[in-house]
Design a protein around this ligand. Structure first.
Ligand code: ATP
Length: 367
């Protein structure tokens, strides 16, 4: 087990490209920390610096309280699992799994026993005498994972280990990784660009964009209370509505978000009203997920947004209604009679729940 601390870590590649910019990050002992961000944001660079495969341009990396900038990969005692599985092609699965134990000088009978026990746990017993090229992607990743476990590292580093697998296998292995690393209690840093993977696996998620840390917290914290508009948009499975609104509090009777073509009224009884009211008179950016907007009747109380339905899009378990004049997309769950009601071109009145104010605009700080 190990703690990982990055202090002002920067990576500048030859040619001057800043891939990681003054990153401060901490992974606690036994924690599963997920690094999440779009392609090219610097996740792999960060992981490779922690592994010792990439030089740190400036700043400090501490592994278990020990300054690690100049330690060799071997001295860091980390095990890395890559997207490709990266197995030795000429060794059988048994040979691949045995390798770290052979290096460590473990006796042959013990190697056999430990390899077979782990192969059983990973459900790859029947592949032990096969070569990597005869395995499925999922089996290859299980072997790579097994080999990493048998090294008994103090830190696991995983770089998109599931991204080459189909959706079903990804879900299955995701659950196995989660229970495996938690039962072993080994600190794990896991890189992905998939928000579902991050939300379902992580103890905490660090969201990165263009080499800069955007947000860090438990999955619930970053999803429900994102620090930046980028975090909110990146974690939203549906496209996030980011709308400019002016905040008004007429005679202190209620809080009003004025979007121009329409408004949302937030009664003072709503716990979000106070936070929004602090920006009275200012223009702010409001992030609204389609799945928190549902169609309601004209008599409905609470925050509502009025708009005519422009178009409907089928998404399997729900429909998305796009309202006119830049008003957000609204999630319309089945049953279909609601859809017919909306399609008839009636006024789609949507109750909205304002998740949080996002971003900074015209000096209005996101609280
Ligand atoms: P992906 O999810 O696509 O793997 P990533 O978030 O892991 O992306 P990195 O591979 O860390 O991103 O790359 C971050 C940035 O650094 C990218 O713009 C990439 O082009 C650049 N980069 C990576 N390696 C080098 C290098 N050796 N020399 C110059 N630039 C590099």
């Amino acid at each position: 087990m190990s703690t990982v601390v990055l202090e002002n870590v920067t990576k500048v590649y030859p040619g001057g490209f800043v891939a990681i910019d003054r990153m401060n990050l901490r992974a606690e002992e036994g924690e599963l920390l997920v690094l999440l961000g779009p392609s090219g944001c610097g996740k792999s660079t960060l992981l490779r610096m922690i592994a010792g495969l990439e030089e740190i341009t400036s700043g400090s990396l501490w592994l278990d309280g020990r300054l690690a900038n100049d330690l060799t990969p071997r001295e860091r005692n980390v095990a890395m699992v890559f997207q490709s599985g990266a197995l030795y092609p000429h060794r059988t699965v048994r040979g691949n799994l045995s390798f770290p134990l052979e290096i460590a000088g473990v006796e042959v009978p013990e190697i056999r026993e430990r390899v077979e026990a782990l192969a059983k746990a990973l459900q790859i017993e029947e592949t032990l005498d096969r070569r990597p090229h005869t395995l499925s992607g999922g089996q290859r990743q299980r072997v790579a994972m097994g080999r990493a476990i048998l090294r008994q590292p103090s830190l696991f580093l995983m770089d998109e280990p599931l991204s080459n697998l189909d959706a079903g296998m990804r879900t299955e292995l995701r659950m196995e990784i989660s229970s495996l690393v938690r039962s072993l209690g080994i600190t794990t840093i896991y890189v992905t660009h998939d928000q579902v993977e991050a939300l379902s696996l992580a103890d905490r998620i660090a969201i990165i964009n263009r080499g800069v840390l955007q947000d860090i917290g438990t999955p619930a914290q970053v999803y429900n209370d994102p620090a930046t508009a980028f975090t909110a948009a990146f974690l939203s499975s549906q496209q996030l509505n980011l709308l400019a609104a002016t905040v008004r509090t007429p005679q202190n009777q209620y809080v009003l978000l004025d979007f121009g073509p329409s408004q949302i009224v937030i009664p003072w009884t709503d716990p979000r009203a106070y936070a929004v009211s602090r920006h009275t008179g200012m223009q702010i950016i409001v992030g609204i997920r389609p799945d928190v907007l549902v169609p309601v009747s004209d008599q409905a109380e609470g925050p509502t947004l009025v708009g005519r339905v422009r178009t409907l899009e089928y998404h399997g378990h729900e429909w998305l209604a796009f309202l006119e004049a830049g008003i957000p997309a609204v999630s319309v769950p089945q049953p279909p009679d609601q859809r017919r009601h909306l399609m008839a071109g009636t006024t789609g009145k949507a109750r909205s729940l304002i998740r949080r104010m996002l971003g900074r605009e015209n000096g209005a700080a996101a609280q």
